[in-house]
Design a protein around this ligand. Structure first.
Ligand SMILES: C[S@@+](CC[C@H](N)C(=O)[O-])C[C@H]1O[C@@H](n2cnc3c(N)ncnc32)[C@H](O)[C@@H]1O
Length: 259
């Protein structure tokens, strides 16, 4: 009996070590572990959603009206308490550098989630610039509004709730605008390419418009990458980095529309 028990324990331990190793080194396993298993477990035990837990942490710890303090609070929560799909601090620095370099008047963000990258972009915008961010999940959008309000950035940002494919064709008329200077692409990865083509069709990209796409390595957006790297309409450059809050390879693709 004892040898069988010992063998079962050894087998279970080996399996556990294997799962821990894969979660720490493989992006697909890491995303499944954090986004499905751990998130659902915490939702069940706390009776709240992950965005609500992030919001609560921000309200309890970040200085009201101080965007950097709110950004640090989200990073601290997601690095130390539970992972979340924000662009994160490391790739956030790449995003910051692109925003500062472009100095955009009109920015579009695809995928708001809790408003983390929205805050990073909005706090660096020159006076008079506008950031339009699209989020299809109503609950996430409500949380993002409160987080942006806590950071004091809500007046610079227009958060539209709905699917990007439905909202993009309405933007020109709705905002009485012409073209975007910067587009941050960070929604579901299968939508990167169709929405880029939709932006072209809707005449929302000017020569010089910068597209910055997150997660092009993990979980990856191969069709989008193939398009921007091979189309004569784009000049594209890869920025290697790490997946938010984890030691897993990821990167961002900056693509300049050439007209
Ligand atoms: C990776 S998260 C965005 C993270 C955010 N940019 C940040 O760094 O803080 C992706 C978000 O895109 C939203 N989303 C996915 N597909 C979308 C679509 N087609 N239209 C609008 N929102 C979408 C999801 O609901 C999710 O909240």
């Amino acid at each position: 009996m004892l040898p069988i028990l010992l063998a079962v324990c050894m087998g279970a331990l080996t399996l556990l070590l294997f799962v821990v190793w894969r979660v720490r080194t493989d992006g697909t396993w890491a995303l499944w572990w954090h986004d499905n298993y751990l998130e659902r477990l915490r939702d069940f035990t706390s009776g709240k959603s992950r965005p609500m837990r992030i919001l609560q942490y921000v309200q309890n710890t970040a200085v009201q009206g101080d965007a950097n303090s709110v950004i640090s609070a989200v990073d601290s929560y997601c690095a130390n308490v539970e992972w979340a799909m924000n662009v994160g601090d490391k790739k956030g620095e790449i995003l910051d550098a692109v925003v500062l370099d472009v100095r955009p008047r009109w920015v579009l963000e695809l995928g708001t989630y809790c408003g983390y990258s929205t805050m990073r972009i909005a706090r660096l915008l020159p006076p008079g610039a506008r950031l339009i961010t699209l989020e299809m999940n109503h609950h996430y959008a409500q949380v993002a509004k409160q987080i942006l309000g806590h950071a004091g950035l809500d007046s610079q940002v227009d958060l539209l709730v709905g699917a990007s494919s439905a909202l993009i064709p309405q933007l020109k008329k709705k905002f009485d605008m012409d073209k975007f200077d910067l587009v941050f692409i960070d929604h579901w990865k299968t939508s990167y390419l169709p929405d880029t083509k939709l932006l072209e069709e809707c005449d929302l990209l000017a020569s010089g418009t910068v597209l910055l796409a997150d997660n092009v390595t993990c979980p990856g957006a191969p069709e989008y990458l193939h398009y921007v790297r091979n189309s004569p309409r784009y000049k594209s450059l890869y920025f290697p980095s790490q997946l938010e809050y984890l030691r897993v390879e990821d990167g961002m693709e900056k693509s300049v529309f050439l007209g």
